[in-house]
Design a protein around this ligand. Structure first.
Ligand SMILES: NC(=O)c1ccc[n+]([C@@H]2O[C@H](COP(=O)([O-])OP(=O)(O)OC[C@H]3O[C@@H](n4cnc5c(N)ncnc54)[C@H](OP(=O)(O)O)[C@@H]3O)[C@@H](O)[C@H]2O)c1
Length: 334
């Protein structure tokens, strides 16, 4: 039976590179592209099939920043599939990023310069907005929409014969100091992206504690710094091109500058081939590239606390109940 792989954010960047790499090594998969833009998704599907004509590639439309869209997509997936073997929760946004020039200049002359350049720690702020569901957009897109998608698809992911994997695209930019249980949507801060990625790390740990015994395993990865639409939102492509010689030089000192989506997808592809039982739920798997362009994986212990992870998971369940009740009330009124 073909393994079924669902990938959110498959229309560009790291998600697209992941799909190409998975199919290049295994055309016995059924790859389902979960994308918000059907035009882009159709074009990607045609490209993938041109390269691997015997593969099975389908599309499901989903906007993870809309619960209505997530519920509809999940219903469709439950009708189409009896099982899902791998779910890559990869779609993500960093809206209106602003570079903190003062922090940039001061880090240039500090000993933390390589660390700061590898993680963008403290360098970026973003402008969040409220979605139609009344939630913070970065939180809903990067965390909550994906959480609800998983909750809806849970029954397809528990199978007795083979474990299933949930793989979140997190980031080295996830930072505890940007996350707070009291404000987990990050309504009051200026680094919602970092907060959302820390939230995925917490959630992944909590899901492992809940579901490993039922054969479901969750992991988090960081693709490194990759030139994609997301990073082109921070600096325009021509500035990145000007910076490339410096970045290539930096690669000899820091392994996080993976740069191409192909390299960035390394950890996501690597996880596909692992026995999930052997993975450490407290480790983030990082894509890394050497100065000479060789890709490898760096496992990094995460600085997260089991209690906080459990409390956050409970908060998300509570928010889920609240959103479902609100949804039902508005259905009844209309
Ligand atoms: N690039 C980096 O350096 C870097 C570093 C660390 C982590 N990451 C993470 O890697 C993941 C992929 O990002 P990328 O760098 O490949 O950027 P990208 O090229 O902008 O890809 C983002 C993907 O997410 C999709 N997406 C965004 N909002 C969505 C929504 N509401 N519903 C459904 N799909 C949505 C996009 O769809 P459209 O094509 O329709 O826009 C696109 O397919 C993200 O989670 C990002 O946070 C990236």
């Amino acid at each position: 039976m073909r393994k079924v792989v669902l990938v959110t954010g498959a229309s560009s960047g790291i998600g697209l590179a992941l799909c190409k790499r998975l199919l290049a090594n295994n055309d016995e998969l059924h790859l389902c592209l979960a994308c918000r833009n059907m035009g882009k998704a159709e074009a990607v599907r045609a490209d993938l099939l041109a390269a691997q004509p015997t593969a099975e590639v389908s599309i499901v439309q989903v906007d993870v920043s809309s619960l209505q869209s997530v519920f509809r997509a999940a219903r469709e997936l439950k009708q189409r599939f009896q099982r899902l073997d791998y779910v890559y929760l990869n779609a993500g946004i960093m809206p209106n990023p602003q570079l903190n020039i003062k922090a940039l200049l001061s880090c240039l002359f500090s000993r933390k310069v390589i660390h700061v350049f590898s993680t963008a720690e403290g360098l970026l702020t973003q402008q969040n907005r409220i979605t139609a569901d009344g939630l913070q957009e970065v939180f809903e897109t990067n965390v909550f929409g994906h959480f609800i998608l998983f909750r809806e698809l849970e029954p397809l992911m528990f199978h007795s014969d083979h474990p299933s994997q949930l793989i979140w695209t997190s980031s080295r930019n996830a930072k505890e100091s940007n996350f707070s249980l009291e404000d987990y949507q990050h309504s009051n801060g200026q680094e919602p992206y970092s907060s959302s990625k820390y939230a995925t790390d917490l959630l992944s740990l909590a899901l492992n504690r809940k579901f490993n015994q039922q054969g479901l395993y969750s992991s988090v990865v960081c693709p490194g710094t990759v030139l994609t639409n997301l990073t082109y939102g921070i600096l325009p492509p021509f500035i990145w091109t000007l910076l490339l010689p410096v970045i290539w030089l930096l690669r000899f000192f820091a392994n996080a500058f993976t740069l191409t989506p192909y390299n960035g997808a390394e950890a996501l592809v690597w996880l596909f081939h692992q026995k999930p039982e052997s993975l450490d739920p407290l480790t983030k798997y990082m894509s890394a590239t050497t100065g000479l362009g060789h890709n490898y994986i760096v496992p990094q212990k995460m600085d997260i606390d089991e209690n906080t992870a459990e409390k956050f998971y409970q908060s998300l369940l509570e928010l889920e109940r609240h959103m479902r009740t609100t949804d039902q009330k508005s259905d009844n009124q209309s």
